[in-house]
Design a protein around this ligand. Structure first.
Ligand SMILES: Cc1cc2nc3c(=O)[nH]c(=O)nc-3n(C[C@H](O)[C@H](O)[C@H](O)COP(=O)(O)OP(=O)(O)OC[C@H]3O[C@@H](n4cnc5c(N)ncnc54)[C@H](O)[C@@H]3O)c2cc1C
Length: 415
């Protein structure tokens, strides 16, 4: 049986890029993929447009991966957002960025990103075998060889890279198999949980306001009457839950039973807002409360709903708004409390929080500290980034440093 130099499991961005950076005439590199084609999740990314990375200094990226961002420091510095864009620019694909810093291919087609990755695999003599679901990975310590069993046959390799992704959107092939392989080789798995997922609210009051969104408003998380954290972000009402980038990013920290408070007026200085609002009401006694609220650039349908929730009649004027209802209205505008019923499941989550414990993997090389020659790249690791291109960037950067180490050439030039 032929012995490969490297076998990579998975053709997501992490697996393909590791392959490209490992490949070459003099190396036998093979990628095994369970699907009939490559990069199914990559094709879905950014609604098919692929938000590949984010603008800005790479040192600012670490803040966008929750508590585990520090692990990525070395990988991100060694393969930055600029390196990633250069790689594709050199191969004819240009990029555009949105106002909020998200970077997409100028063609707005995820398939253009994938096509280049596949072409580069071919160029670098990286073989890809489809319809090859890996069932088992074993390490023969005396021979220092990995044995891989797929549903069709057996393979042997000197090094193995697990690039099987997380557990979300399982129809793309990411079904959590990598966790099973990692565990069987002695690794600890931090409990996989859905992240970047919508949040379901008990007695959700905004069902009929589906489609209404609020830009960059303060969102705070409360647990047992204690404020845990506050962030700014966009919030979207859907007919079943609350979503939007601000909520998706926040979902990493949220548990059922928590309270989320949204400051719909977007003004952080609540006491200042209270003073201004009371003044507005008092000096516009003849105006309807709903008209006064329109000045705070709130959507009309939202104002109507809020007034109904607080019990303020549509025809109530500033002069007729009693103190109790006015205070309630201010509270709802600046910190509308919603009790979390549950988080969206893996079928809705864009990424998986948890995965292969970072304590047992080298942050410099992505090599296992337990089994020599075993590597983990991409989302299979206990890494989950915010929306905005941070997850795909992490897949490329971890793939790059793993491949560089595999090649045993630390001065490898940027691809
Ligand atoms: C709807 C959606 C939109 C997204 N949009 C963005 C975005 O715009 N920007 C961004 O940064 N991130 C986005 N993400 C997240 C991003 O796509 C992932 O973080 C990224 O694809 C992870 O790359 P990966 O290579 O680690 O794993 P994956 O892309 O999940 O690839 C893993 C591969 O391994 C294969 N595999 C698994 N098990 C086996 C096995 N046993 N044998 C053989 N093959 C196997 C799978 O079939 C799959 O092809 C999005 C995710 C979703 C679901």
């Amino acid at each position: 049986m032929q012995i490969y130099d490297v076998i990579i499991i998975g053709t997501g961005p992490a697996g393909l890029f590791t392959g490209i950076c490992c490949g070459g005439e003099d190396r036998k590199v093979l990628i095994l993929e369970k699907n009939l084609s490559a990069g199914k999740k990559l094709l879905l990314s950014g609604a098919g447009q692929c938000n590949i990375t984010h603008e800005g200094e790479i040192r600012d990226f670490f803040n966008f991966y929750g508590e585990n961002g520090r692990f990525l420091k070395h990988a991100l510095f060694n393969f930055t957002n600029s390196d990633l864009l250069d790689f594709f620019r050199k191969r004819g694909l240009d990029f555009i960025s949105t106002d909020n810093g998200k970077i997409f291919p100028a063609t707005l087609k995820a398939s253009d990103v994938l096509d280049i990755l596949i072409q580069e695999c071919e160029k670098n003599k990286v073989q890809i075998k489809y319809n090859e679901a890996v069932m088992e990975v074993r390490y023969n310590e005396s021979e220092e060889i990995f044995q891989i069993k797929t549903k069709n046959r057996k393979y042997k390799s000197k090094k193995i890279v697990i690039a099987t992704g997380g557990k979300s959107y399982s129809t793309t092939g990411s079904t959590g198999d990598g966790y099973i392989f990692a565990r069987s080789l002695g690794h600890t798995i931090e409990k996989p949980l859905p992240a970047l997922t919508p949040i379901y609210i008990k007695n959700y009051p905004f069902k009929e306001l589906s489609g209404i969104s609020f830009e960059n408003v303060p969102i705070s998380l409360w647990r047992e009457n204690k404020k845990m954290r506050t962030t700014f972000g966009d919030v979207l009402f859907t007919h079943k839950n609350i979503s939007g980038p601000g909520i998706l990013n926040f979902s990493r920290y949220v548990m059922p039973g928590d309270t989320i408070k949204i400051n719909f007026v977007g003004i952080e200085d609540i006491e200042g807002f209270r003073r201004d609002f009371i003044e507005d009401i008092q000096s516009n006694g003849k105006l309807l409360v709903k008209t006064i609220l329109r000045e705070y650039t709130l959507p009309k349908r939202f104002i109507d709903k809020l007034l109904a929730i607080v019990g303020i009649g549509e025809e109530t004027t500033g002069a007729h708004l009693n103190k109790k209802k006015r205070n309630k209205l201010i509270e709802m505008l600046t910190g509308f409390p919603m009790i979390v019923e549950k988080l969206g499941g893996f079928h809705l989550a864009m990424v998986t929080k948890g995965g292969v414990s970072l304590k047992e993997v080298s942050s410099k090389t992505m090599e296992s500290n337990i089994v020599k020659g075993l590597y983990f790249v991409g989302e299979v690791l206990d890494i989950d980034g915010d929306t905005g291109g941070y997850n795909i960037q992490a897949a490329f950067s971890t793939g790059y440093v793993a491949a560089r180490n595999i090649r045993g050439n630390l001065s490898a030039q940027k691809m």
